[in-house]
Design a binder for this molecule. Structure first.
Ligand code: FE2
Length: 170
């Protein structure tokens, strides 16, 4: 396997404010995400493959690209979902009920779109399904801004979803 590189955010650290603060983005990108990349590379030097660190790096790279500056009335393109309100409600519920640290994910599968959860960063055994929209609900993603109110974070997060990026992945 090749080493990973730390990719810069596709926007400024404060671009997602007030939904996600500059402080969170600095810590999240420079410490947590960079940590996964560095730990993966260090273990690779000793001949070990770390799926935890590898998947952590990959998931965060999708997450950064899935977001952009907040917009009022941030809706997906017409026709992306048959019923966006229902999709949003289901995805939010799935994110809110991740036990402990993990992700809510919209998957593109051979039989269509599916919503699911990841425990920690566990991407194993997904039979070619590809994440198109991911939401990090580890506490490091929101605690500084929302304390333990994960639901408030999820609710606000919808205004920073980059639907252009999601469209490209579909
Ligand atoms: Fe994270």
């Amino acid at each position: 396997m090749n080493k990973l590189t730390i990719k810069p955010l596709p926007y400024a650290y404060d671009a997602l404010e007030p939904v996600i603060s500059k402080k969170i983005m600095e810590l999240h990108h420079d410490k947590h995400y960079a940590g996964y990349v560095n730990n993966f590379n260090n273990l690779l030097d000793t001949g070990k493959i770390s799926s935890f660190n590898y998947n952590g790096a990959i998931m965060h790279e999708i997450f950064w690209e899935n977001m952009r500056a907040p917009q009022e009335n941030n809706l997906p393109p017409e026709g992306m979902f048959p019923d966006f309100a229902k999709f949003r409600e289901e995805f939010s519920m799935v994110a809110a009920t991740v036990e402990g640290s993990g992700w809510a994910v919209l998957w593109k599968t051979e039989s269509g779109l599916a919503i699911g959860q990841l425990e920690k960063h566990n991407l194993l055994g997904l039979n070619g399904a590809k994440p198109v929209l991911v939401l990090d609900v580890w506490e490091h993603a929101y605690y500084l801004d929302y304390l333990n109110d994960r639901k408030a974070y999820i609710e606000k997060w919808w205004s920073v979803v980059n639907w252009d990026d999601v469209s490209k992945r579909l």
